[in-house]
Design a protein around this ligand. Structure first.
Ligand code: WTA
Length: 648
């Protein structure tokens, strides 16, 4: 297998404005270089110093113990607690009365919690957990809507040392059952429902179905949110409001060893069986804290909004742990971005005077499709910094984000990382980095990233290959729950001593990384290996197209031929002429080699619930095969049927 050829030629570059740079936490290239060099050359000094910025119950003895590689131990001998780091440390000063959580429900109801109020709620619910017998080391599953109680539940579990396993509120009963069983959870926290597109999503009913045979679950806490009817299992089920009414708010934090598990978070594996990614206390917190501080340049007067759901790692690290560790004001929104109108996000930005916004390419492409008139109705001038995560962002979507949302004024931080990495790994620093549309740019402090070939040799500038990490980092996963062998096999067996992320990438002449997508998705046409992301970006650069996914299908002549699935934007019309124009457009942009053999128009593309395009399903459709793959993580089943033409 040869390298991945890179065909994307993107030369635009946007240095931060002088005004942004001057006020930024890190504001000169020299400072960045000095810290970056220190973080690689003397990681113990660098990380030790950062870790000491956080509160400890007992100080750590050693920064890193890598003798058990690939399982790292960071800040060994130390004891702390995540709720101490995220809440208690703010309670002695003026931040006690600062808004910690600024929440809006889908129907428009608003609740705010100061750090002092958040602390009291966390301690009360922590006592409620204890009153039901939940103790240090017990695993607790959380299946909730995006309400403040979700953040409170997470922090309360941390306070008593019970690892949480948050399951995204859109998953099915079967997915909950698998995760509760795999994690050996003994308590579950849910809600009667959550508002989604004007209707209550019946969460408690789904939990009930999942737990029919779960004899180890002794308690189900239920938040009353939508007041929809729920079934009740006497002896097992407890209303949240009753439990906290009976609890007092005195609950000292459990001293947790640095390496004690903070949480499990399941991510889909290619074989179907989800992997319980295991994160521990101190290293994870140090990573989430430092990246939030420097990547989002957080300041005390910021109103910071990450639009992810806490059911994903982005919500763990960049709604709860990272921003709260920095004492930020965090916006949390319950509902859909187009309920009751496609400008809802922009209405929220205006209303709450959001200054930092972090969202996903899938959302940005949806906004492009819905049209510029929606953001245009609202005042977005409070925004000073934009971020994106989750997928490679096509340069045209990046430019749209910069222009239409950022008013050409806000730097964009395109942040590459994974559930497994715990925190952002490759990213611009907004006061320093000249950003390039489509590039996540430079490794963060302590991150030794490289692009290698099949043999593990480092490649030269602009040669596409496999992205690896060569040094352990504090927030790295410590394993897959209950399956240490799968941990070694998945991440560490391809190249001994290197963490293999599963993504393709190239590094340009300036040392900027361009992520090319999952290596499993790479196209192989006439012996050329091409990145899906680059061909898709060529399609999206055509004015009629807002979203595209390309896959390879078997072809007698070329081995594989490119089949493109394309969604047209407002005003565009699918037609044979457009189909031909798109093939030609790719041939001009990239070369004849990448010209799609087939273009299919699609109203929507199949995506995971976190918004990633599922190309493996499109490969089956392009080849005319039945899907035998796991589709339980698919967001909308009807999309598949429509693509197959089953629903004419
Ligand atoms: C992809 C989300 C390109 C990548 C935090 C990675 C990205 C996977 C980016 C992890 C980005 C995430 N540019 N690709 N900025 N961010 N990815 O575990 O393929 O949901 O391996 O974590 O998303 O997804 P996960």
């Amino acid at each position: 297998m040869s390298q991945i050829e890179s065909v994307l030629h993107e030369t635009r570059s946007f240095p931060p404005s002088e005004a942004f740079r001057a006020a930024a936490r890190i504001s000169s290239a020299e400072e960045y270089e000095r810290l970056y060099r220190e973080s690689l050359d003397d990681p113990e000094a660098f990380w030790g110093r950062i870790a000491r910025e956080l509160p400890w119950i007992e100080p750590f003895e050693e920064v890193l113990d890598w003798s058990g590689a690939p399982v790292a131990r960071w800040f060994t001998g130390g004891k702390t607690n995540a709720s101490l780091v995220c809440v208690d440390r703010h309670l002695d000063g003026p931040r006690a009365d600062k808004t910690a959580i600024l929440w809006e429900g889908e129907p428009g109801d608003v609740r705010t919690l100061t750090y002092a109020e958040l602390g009291a709620e966390v301690r009360r619910f922590a006592n409620a957990l204890k009153a039901r017998g939940v103790k240090k080391g017990d695993r607790v599953a959380i299946y909730m809507p995006m309400v403040p109680e979700l953040a409170i539940a997470v922090l309360a579990c941390a306070r008593i040392g019970a690892p949480h396993s948050v399951i995204f509120g859109g998953f099915s009963a079967q997915s909950i059952k698998d995760r509760v069983e795999d994690g050996g959870c003994t308590a579950v926290i849910t809600a009667d429902g959550g508002w989604r597109r004007g209707k209550p999503l019946p969460l408690k009913a789904t939990v009930d179905e999942a737990l029919v045979h779960a004899k180890d679950v002794h308690t189900v806490f239920c938040v009353r949110r939508c007041e929809n009817d729920v079934d009740w299992v006497e002896g097992r089920d407890v209303w949240w409001h009753d439990a906290v009414a009976a609890a007092d708010d005195d609950c000292p934090p459990e001293p947790m060893d640095s390496e004690d598990t903070l949480f499990l978070l399941y991510t889909s594996g290619s074989t179907g069986k989800p992997k319980g990614i295991q994160h521990t206390t101190a290293g994870y917190l140090v990573g989430a804290y430092l990246t939030s501080r420097y990547v989002f340049d957080l300041r005390d007067d910021d109103v910071y909004w990450c639009t992810a759901d806490i059911g994903w790692v982005t919500g763990h690290s960049y709604i709860v742990y990272g921003p709260l560790a920095n004492g930020a004001t965090v916006v949390m929104y319950e509902g859909a971005p187009n309920e009751p109108h496609p400008g809802r996000f922009w209405e929220l930005v205006q209303k709450h005077k959001v200054t930092v916004l972090y969202t996903a390419p899938t959302a940005i492409r949806a906004f492009m499709k819905w049209g510029d008139e929606h953001p245009a109705k609202f005042d977005l001038s409070t925004l000073r910094l934009l971020g994106t995560v989750g997928e490679p962002i096509n340069p045209e979507a990046w430019m749209w984000y910069r222009r239409t949302i950022g008013g050409e004024r806000c730097p964009i931080v395109d942040t590459w990382w994974q559930t497994e990495t715990g925190a952002i790994m490759i990213t611009p620093l907004p006061g320093v980095t000249a950003t390039k549309p489509g590039s996540a740019t430079r490794p963060f402090f302590g991150v030794d990233a490289a692009v290698v070939d099949e043999e593990g040799n480092e490649l030269g500038p602009n040669e596409g290959g496999l992205l690896v990490l060569r040094k352990p980092w504090p927030s790295m996963l410590r394993g897959i729950w209950g399956d240490p062998e799968r941990y070694r096999e998945t991440y560490w067996s391809r190249f001994p001593g290197l963490y293999f992320a599963g993504d393709g990438a190239r590094k340009d002449e300036d040392g900027c990384f361009w992520i090319m997508g999952r290596v499993d998705d790479v196209l192989n046409v006439s012996g050329h290996r091409l990145s899906t992301m680059e061909v898709e970006s060529a399609l999206v650069s055509h004015e009629a197209v807002v979203e595209a996914a390309v896959v390879a299908r078997p072809d007698e002549l070329t081995g594989e031929a490119i089949c493109a699935f394309v969604t047209v934007g407002a005003g565009g019309e699918p037609s044979d002429a457009l189909r031909d124009a798109l093939k030609e457009h790719v041939a001009v942009e990239i070369g004849k080699l990448a010209r799609p053999a087939e273009v299919r128009f699609a109203e929507a593309l199949p995506k995971t619930r976190s918004g990633k395009i599922m190309r493996r399903l499109l490969r089956d459709i392009a080849a005319g095969r039945e899907t035998v793959q796991d589709t339980t993580t698919l967001e909308d089943y009807s999309v598949l049927a429509r693509l197959r033409g089953d629903e004419e």
